[in-house]
Design a protein around this ligand. Structure first.
Ligand code: AMP
Ligand code: GLY
Length: 404
């Protein structure tokens, strides 16, 4: 089968890496891809958001499956356009992708499905969380503990325009649970945790994610998928918009049990870079079966190892990215057994250079989380570019991480 993968981040490189190992793969194509993906397949200079150009490319290449990485094209309806054009897609249509695209819609679906989430507050009073309704590239959610934060949050969300959701502030550990689904059947993937704040000890601003690990001990993925994903998928199907793709629940493990913070309509980044290396069966077969609506195989063998991913970011990330700085040491890290996934990289004059905020994700696996963590950080030490920053406490023992 020929596959076209949409996106250009570390998540897409991790998916590309696993798809490239599939015996069923004939050709791997990506749009637009990145230099890491280019080592595994052909990258085409087409933006994932440009549905018309993507459909044209998919037809010209005669691909059997399109796998959509990021949320924006899904929320904008790229999966519908491709399906109408006769192309099989792993990823939900616009109606189902609203579960990520609108917080109000997600709340309505959760209420109808009886899934536990943060309570909506009739008046904004700290402690609370203020959320812009629509997609805001990670800038739409404000956790407010004091009046000042609430004022700033209300002003910022008003500037974005559109409706605002105010909800109770939940405390606990946050986890990410992914289920691959054909709209009815599901496969639960290993539970992951990501590290959203830029600084050690969960300090500084939120980012696209500075690291991740999987599995999270003591959390049963099947149980969460039964209690959270399945009722939501049933509700979406009941509404005539079955969800095909990967449904991602971000949950808080509170003293009263798991509560949904958000749904996403795609794989998480950087959690995917930790989860995918643990999957043992043919991922392409599973994604293609889900896209066909025929996910008969209901489990995917998962290794009993652990994986840790550390993101190497530009020195001034998340305020600013970096471009044109040479990157050294990736081969050394790979020789030691680490997986180095590209995100913000480019090739200039034959050299690999920085080109963005999050530059690379470095993943290592091991028999224990401690082993995986040591291997990931040893690999990170081998890689160098000017100003590289990374968190030192990804997957550290809870006691070493303030606020976790
Ligand atoms: P969201 O985009 O809804 O996932 O929110 C982004 C981040 O804000 C989450 O990953 C949480 O860290 C935090 N957050 C969202 N909702 C809540 C809540 N009700 N209580 C506490 N933290 C929250
Ligand atoms: N890791 C958070 C996200 O992908 O949204």
């Amino acid at each position: 089968m020929k596959v076209l993968l949409l996106g250009s981040g570390g998540r897409e490189h991790a998916l590309a890496w696993r798809l490239a190992q599939s015996p069923a793969l004939a050709e791997l194509h990506a749009a637009p891809g990145n230099p890491g993906i280019a080592a595994l397949g052909d990258c085409h200079p087409v933006r994932a958001e440009d549905a018309e150009a993507v459909l044209e490319l998919a037809r010209a290449l005669d691909v059997g499956l399109v796998v959509v990485g990021p949320e924006a094209p899904l929320v904008a309806g790229i999966a519908d356009e491709l399906r109408h054009g006769g192309v099989a897609v792993f990823g939900p249509g616009a109606d189902a992708a609203r579960i990520e695209g609108s917080k109000l819609f997600a709340k309505e679906v959760m209420d109808a499905a009886g899934v536990a989430t943060a309570a909506t507050m009739p008046v904004a009073r700290p402690p609370c969380v203020v959320k812009a309704d629509g997609l805001a590239a990670g800038k739409g959610v404000h956790v407010c503990r004091i009046d000042d934060e609430l004022e700033t949050a209300l002003r910022a969300t008003a500037n974005l325009g559109g409706p605002v959701v105010i909800e109770e502030l939940l405390e606990g550990e946050e986890i990410s649970v992914f289920a691959i689904t054909d709209g009815a059947r599901t496969i639960a993937l290993p539970v992951a945790q990501d590290f959203k704040r830029v600084g050690d000890g969960d300090t500084g601003p939120n980012t696209g994610g500075m690291g991740a690990y999987a599995p999270v001990n003591g959390v049963d993925a099947e149980e969460i998928v039964d209690g959270v994903h399945r009722p939501v998928l049933e509700e979406l199907a009941r509404r005539g918009s079955p969800f095909v793709g990967v449904l991602y629940a971000g949950l808080m493990l509170t003293d009263d049990g798991p509560r949904v913070l958000e749904f996403n309509c795609r794989f998480g980044d950087p959690e995917t870079q930790s989860v995918v290396p643990l999957l043992e069966d043919d991922l392409l077969g599973v994604l293609a079966a889900a896209a066909r609506g025929d996910l008969r195989q209901t489990d995917l063998r998962v290794s009993d190892q652990a994986a840790v991913t550390v993101v190497l970011a530009a020195g001034r990330y998340p305020e600013e990215g970096d471009t044109g700085s040479p990157i050294e040491g990736i081969e050394d890290a790979e020789r030691d057994g680490a997986l180095v996934f590209h995100a913000g990289t480019a090739v200039r004059a034959g050299r690999l250079v920085t080109n963005g905020g999050r530059i690379l994700s470095v993943t290592a696996t091991g028999d224990t989380l401690t082993d995986a963590r040591s291997a990931a950080y040893a690999a990170v030490e081998r890689i160098d570019f000017p100003g590289a920053r990374y968190r030192r406490d990804v997957a550290a023992e809870r006691g070493e991480r303030v606020g976790r």
